[in-house]
Design a protein around this ligand. Sequence first.
Ligand SMILES: [Zn+2]
Length: 304
Amino acid sequence: MRAQRLAALLLPLALCCAAEPAQAPRTVQLAATSLELGYAPQAFELSDEGLSDWVRTSARAVESYYGRFPIDGVRLELRAVGGRGVRTGRTEGGRLIQVVVGRASTRDDLRRDWVLVHEMVHLALPSVASPHHWLEEGLATYVEPFARLEIGELPAEEVWNDLVEGLPNGLPRAGDRGLDRTPTWGRTYWGGALYFLLADVEIRKRTDNAKGLRDALRGILEAGGTARSYWPIERVLEAGDKATGVPVLAELYARMRHDPAPVDLDALWRELGIERHEGSVRFKSDAPLAKVREAISISPRAGS
Ligand SMILES: [Zn+2]
């Protein structure tokens, strides 16, 4: 799982070619909207219902985190390839998501998938200029596991363990500059995720846990910031900060945009009460920021 996540994120999106012509699109009903699902007839061994269930579950994670599905009228195209499991995906202009799926995938394979949730999270952020690509990929990398945790699809230990293992990829290496100036894979996906984890922790510290990153992200969405819009990064961060009442996103961006801004991750894990233990993690409830970690992990349900 963890290795798969890291390896798959290494795949250039260019590998995800155009979908095969999909026929007879199905409408998948979500909580308050629907999306159109298209794939070639008999492309997959799994039933139409099995595929629709996976789409609904992925959407439910995003609905839960954001309070609603970010955009109405999205089309999801599946392209079948040999083998099992979900390979890669891309989101285009907030209208189309394309995902490459093994034709022999089972319900269990799809249950383990993170790619579709990752792509759906992209819907909930405006497009930004290319030096800020880390904002888009970091957000999807950070939010996806917590959204799935929230609907019971991932255990908290696995979510935090993935962060403990993955985030060192996002730390600045010798010669690296800030996030806007180092467009490597590690800094784009995991450096961006680190920005959002630090933001989540800091918002919660400054608001005595009353607000978190999700409030900022919901604020951006409510201000009309979806993948169908193109905003300057300052406008995105300002909309998020307005929703929490603390200028954490803008301040953190100022700190990390041009300069390497190294982070002592071991110290952060200690503060949050996260200890490595036999290939996973265990939690310490007496750590200084244990309540912050718990609030990030156990978030209010949709609509709250
Ligand atoms: Zn992505």
